[in-house]
Design a protein around this ligand. Structure first.
Ligand code: C2E
Ligand code: MG
Ligand code: MG
Ligand code: MG
Length: 287
């Protein structure tokens, strides 16, 4: 129905459409349908302690199983959802689904399941005035407590919401929901907010990890950046996750410089819930 009216809609909304290509417009229509028809899934990527090999958490990553296009990556549809405002509903779905999964795993595994689930919040989501109400409602509905959740936001999300960020961070802390800065090093390079906003964890962007070729400490100047980030984070009282760890060499290097946690294809790709359960049972990796 919406698709049949596509052309008319295009004309009606023409002034707003200059940035949206035809393809994006179709994506937008399909995204609405995807919400209704439950075409979204969450996959879970393990976060590992480099010191012990223990499973310390999972990052929930959204997947869209499009009826004709197959899996469409979030990098393609999250920006469209942000632009069209659909991100509020998609974000609501993601958080609710992650919390339902936490509840299900708590019931199934009891004490064996005790790790936090990380949920990504986009810039627009972080600036929703009713963000806290939405979170509270989801926690209440699913019966999950804040200490099972960690929210991942980018530097840009904090900088764009510098005034409201103080309050949100305080409210999250009251609920024991932890915060994590995602993709560190790729956004605004202002370091000013780092000491202003108390954040538990800093996640080094994959682009800094992929340049590490050797576990040998003194090999490359480039990897000194990673060392500097780890040192900075520790001095500010944060712990560090390296994202995109793909090789043993990278894992060994990161362990040597005191980076606490890692995530990446070397350990595991994002997994559907049934496969993530095998990791919960295993609980540990050999490092
Ligand atoms: P991100 O939060 O930085 O997530 C990490 C991305 O790196 C994921 O891509 C993950 O699959 C990928 N990755 C993990 N390990 C490796 C590795 O070793 N090598 C390589 N090459 N890639 C690795 P994905 O799932 O395609 O997600 C892309 C981005 O989309 C995410 O980046 C996040 O910003 C966004 N996103 C994903 N799910 C959600 C969601 O539920 N809500 C929101 N708002 N954004 C989401
Ligand atoms: Mg993330
Ligand atoms: Mg990231
Ligand atoms: Mg990233």
């Amino acid at each position: 129905q919406a698709k049949a009216n596509g052309k008319a809609c295009y004309q009606v909304f023409h002034p707003d459409m200059h940035v949206l290509t035809r393809k994006v417009f179709e994506l937008q229509t399909d995204l609405r349908l995807a919400l209704e028809q439950q075409q979204f899934l969450l996959y879970y990527q393990p976060v590992i302690s480099l010191a012990t090999g223990d499973l310390v958490g999972f990052e929930a990553l959204i997947r869209w199983n499009h009826p004709t296009e197959g899996f469409i990556p979030p990098s393609q549809f999250i920006p469209v959802a942000e632009e069209t405002g659909l991100i509020a509903q998609i974000g609501e779905w993601t958080l609710r689904e992650a919390c339902s999964q936490i509840k299900a795993w708590q019931e199934k595994f009891e004490k064996l399941f005790s790790v936090r689930i990380n949920v990504n919040l986009s810039v627009k989501q972080f600036s929703l005035p009713d963000l806290m109400d939405r979170i509270d409602r989801i926690l209440a509905d699913t019966g999950v407590s804040g200490n099972m959740l960690k929210l991942e936001i980018t530097e840009t999300a904090i900088m764009d919401n510098a005034e409201s960020a103080d309050l949100i961070i305080k409210q999250l802390r009251e609920r024991e929901i932890q915060l994590c800065i995602d993709d560190f090093g790729t956004g605004y390079s202002s370091l000013n907010y780092l000491h202003r906003f108390p954040v538990k964890t800093l996640k080094i962007d994959r682009s800094f990890i992929s340049i590490i070729e050797d576990s040998n400490l003194d090999r490359s100047n480039k990897s000194l950046i990673v060392q500097a980030i780890v040192t900075l984070a520790h001095q500010l009282g944060m712990d560090v996750v390296a994202e995109g760890v793909e090789t043993l060499e990278q894992a060994m290097y990161l362990k040597q410089i005191g980076c606490e946690f890692a995530q990446g294809y070397y350990f595991e790709k994002p997994l559907p819930p049934t496969l993530a359960e095998k990791i919960i049972i295993k609980g540990k990796y050999l490092i």
